[in-house]
Design a protein around this ligand. Sequence first.
Ligand code: ZN
Length: 209
Amino acid sequence: MGYVRGLRCRECGAEYPATLRTVCDACFGPLEVRYEMEAVREAFTRDGLAGRPRDLWRYAELLPVADPASRVDLQVGCTPLRRAENLAGTLGLRDVWVKDDTVNPTYSFKDRPVAVAIAKAREWDVPAVGCASTGNLAAATAAAAAKARLPCYVFASAHLEPTKLLLPRLYGATVVPVDGTYDDANRVALIAADRRVREERGPEPDGLV
Ligand SMILES: [Zn+2]
């Protein structure tokens, strides 16, 4: 699958094939994608880069999506650097530049990981997507899911200000209020996703859970 070698746990170093999983089985640590760096080095040249479109897929060899047809075109990434003279003066620095990710489709950097996640969901033919969020991730996920015509579920604390969920609702996401904190919403989202995956797979063989 493209340039991906597999997944590795950032905490304990355990390695896994690049399949649908969210955390390390051994320690629940986050997983990072490992790449075939020799092959990437050959394909990823300065001259080659110059002729590519100016969005996140410019760096496709270092993103874990093999099939270009699975990408959702929302023009994410390659956002401008803005010179911040006033901030530079306040900090006593000569030059300060700010990366302006507010020009992404839903006004935050969360559009970047979501662009990759939705493309991967399409590549794997996942039937629905979702997230736990305090606002920005929900908007990004809902917008990309709408473009990809995938159902989207947003798990959020029932105590979150309603305006933070305005964009995801406008993009057609189903908002699931959870009576608790963000961490509680995250747990409910993981349980819901796990159940959905088990339903899709059908019953496990005897002796397995
Ligand atoms: Zn681990």
